[in-house]
Design a protein around this ligand. Structure first.
Ligand SMILES: Cc1cc2nc3c(=O)[nH]c(=O)nc-3n(C[C@H](O)[C@H](O)[C@H](O)COP(=O)(O)O)c2cc1C
Length: 268
């Protein structure tokens, strides 16, 4: 069995980048691929519906079919990545299998309990009719959130295993056709996985909106302030890292990697 080096969680969180250059010649070990998929499987799922599923492929022929139905800037990523995941949600897990059955399982296992108002009667006669009355758009919205949670766990697991990941969008109905998804399934996102040919540290952590602009205290509009001492602590833990900049070193890296895989260099 493959030896897995244990990595620090905060470091993994802070070192994750969307990787857009991969080593095409270096395959992903099956053990690592399974670990990534298992991480998504054990993510939190709404009502424990487990709606998120994925198709895994590596072959060139399928890549060629996928390339015309993704944005042009994703083509090189797909070409270089040794593994591609097509994440989709299965609405039948909500309506047909029945979210109530998933809740009943949680009840049986003692995860949800009468202390919080749960009972078999409540699940069958109150939760079930309410939850299954939701229109498909609402269910798709909720299940795409659960897919995101699963994808985030998959992504972080890949980073912990020394791999790089880039999520990518595509034309849902065309992707559904290529991969034979039935009507009750809906494509969510693609995910390219492989050994990074760019160094997450050279790239730096990509700029985000300031804390005060996205978090509020008590009421929308009341900015919540960040504590510099906490920020320092998170920097020491490597969770917050120096912000991405197009330094001469990064430019050199982009161009060296582009030359290596035959892509155009950056000249601006
Ligand atoms: C759901 C989702 C879809 C994305 N789609 C694309 C995409 O189609 N192509 C791409 O190059 N990056 C894509 N990204 C990556 C984002 O552009 C990326 O998160 C952003 O560049 C910030 O960089 P970071 O992920 O390295 O922090 C996607 C990210 C997410 C979460």
């Amino acid at each position: 069995m493959l030896e897995i080096e244990r990595k620090d969680f905060f470091d993994v969180l802070g070192s994750r980048r969307s990787i857009r250059y991969f080593k095409p010649w270096k395959p992903v070990e099956p053990e690592k691929l399974e670990a990534i998929l298992q991480a998504a499987r054990i993510a939190s799922h709404m009502g424990n519906a487990n709606s998120v599923q994925a198709i895994v492929f590596s072959d060139k022929e399928t890549k060629e079919k996928l390339k015309p139905v993704v944005s042009t800037f994703n083509v090189a990523i797909i070409d270089m990545a040794p593994v591609i995941l097509i994440w989709f949600l299965d609405r039948d897990t909500w309506y047909k299998e029945g979210v109530a059955e998933h809740l009943a399982e949680l009840y049986k296992a003692g995860a949800i309990n009468p202390s919080h108002g749960w009972s078999t009667d409540f699940i069958l006669n109150a939760a079930k009719p309410r939850l299954t009355s939701f229109p498909t758009e609402a269910v798709d919205f909720m299940l795409s959130c659960e897919s995101g949670m699963a994808m985030a766990q998959a992504q972080l697991t890949a980073v912990a295993l020394g791999l790089g990941v880039c999520s990518f969008a595509g034309v849902g109905p065309k992707i559904a056709e290529i991969f034979g998804l039935p009507d009750h399934c809906r494509f969510v996102w693609g995910m390219a996985i492989g050994y990074p040919a760019e160094d997450p540290l050279t790239g730096g952590q990509r700029k985000r909106k300031p804390f005060e602009k996205i978090y509020f205290k008590d009421r929308y509009g009341n900015a919540m302030s960040s504590d510099p001492k906490v920020v320092n602590m998170l920097m020491e833990l490597n969770m917050i890292q120096p912000e991405a900049k197009l330094t001469p070193q990064r430019l050199e890296e982009i161009n060296a990697v582009s030359r290596m895989v035959g892509l155009p260099e950056r000249t601006d």
